[in-house]
Design a binder for this molecule. Sequence first.
Ligand code: HPA
Ligand code: ZN
Length: 326
Amino acid sequence: IAAPDWISSLPKAELHIHLDGSLEAGRMLQLAQKNGVELPYKSVEEVAQAYNFTDLQSFLDLYYMGASVLCDEEDFYHLMMDYLLQCKANNIVHTEIMIEPQTYLPRGIGFEVFMSGFRRAMRDAADQWGQSVLLILSLLKHTSEEECIQVLEMADAWRDDFVALGMASTELGNPPEKFARLFELGKQRGYELTTHAGEEGPPAFIWGSLQVMNVTRIDHGVRCLEDPTLVDYLREHQIALTVCPLSNIRLRVFNAMADHNIVELMQQGLKVTINSDDPAYFGGYLNDNFCAVAEQFNLSQADVLTLIKNGFEASYLRNERKAYFL
Ligand code: HPA
Ligand code: ZN
């Protein structure tokens, strides 16, 4: 999908992107070869054929397998730089990227390895074209709270590199209450708090994220419309939803873009933002997501500008920086 020029050329913020989800097939195959990692694909075409998901878990299985090719500092540099070049191409002037240490730590890859690569790419992109980046420490819901707390403690040595604490991975079977203590500890450490909720899970999981985890932003959250009281709460507190349209279609949260509820979310007065989630897996970066929604629902220029403005307003930038972008 080629995003219309006027949308593509506008400066945007992205608030919901898993760095491992930006690992393109070509890079994945190259690193697999370099590092001697076995994958069930031999070509970019075979990878594309395999990316036929039925739900969140069927995606996550391939997503963690893909990330298993990442081994040394240079691999992590390329992973970050490939995405930051996409930011430049998509006019994403500010991005907030989820980093998931639990995907690397079990293979003996420590914070110093991946953080060195990430930092070097972030520094190069800032020097070369002024790219603005904040990192989110994203922990995995399918793991125990105990393990998450250990990673949070490990991250204390890297506290200044992360603006926020978030959570992703398997939502069903892992309610917010499971992570009450983790988020209390995150709050004590001064992290901004966000989490995935209401993607496959019920509105009760969004309530729990707000009331038990104390988050101020919700990743996805599209199932909120099933609970009018929750919609009122989200509107009153202007809790931002980081919606990922192409992801929602590919993971069958909605059957087709025509069935997506993003227009109703906006009509309900909610603070909706558009994001790419895992662009290498879902077939589109940020401009493709904006374009798909704008085309499907014939969005007005004012609607598109509101979505873009929401992205900056809901960001974790300091107020002075936020004002600069707005
Ligand atoms: N949901 C949950 N976990 C994830 C996702 C998602 O959309 N993408 C990457 N990890
Ligand atoms: Zn996500």
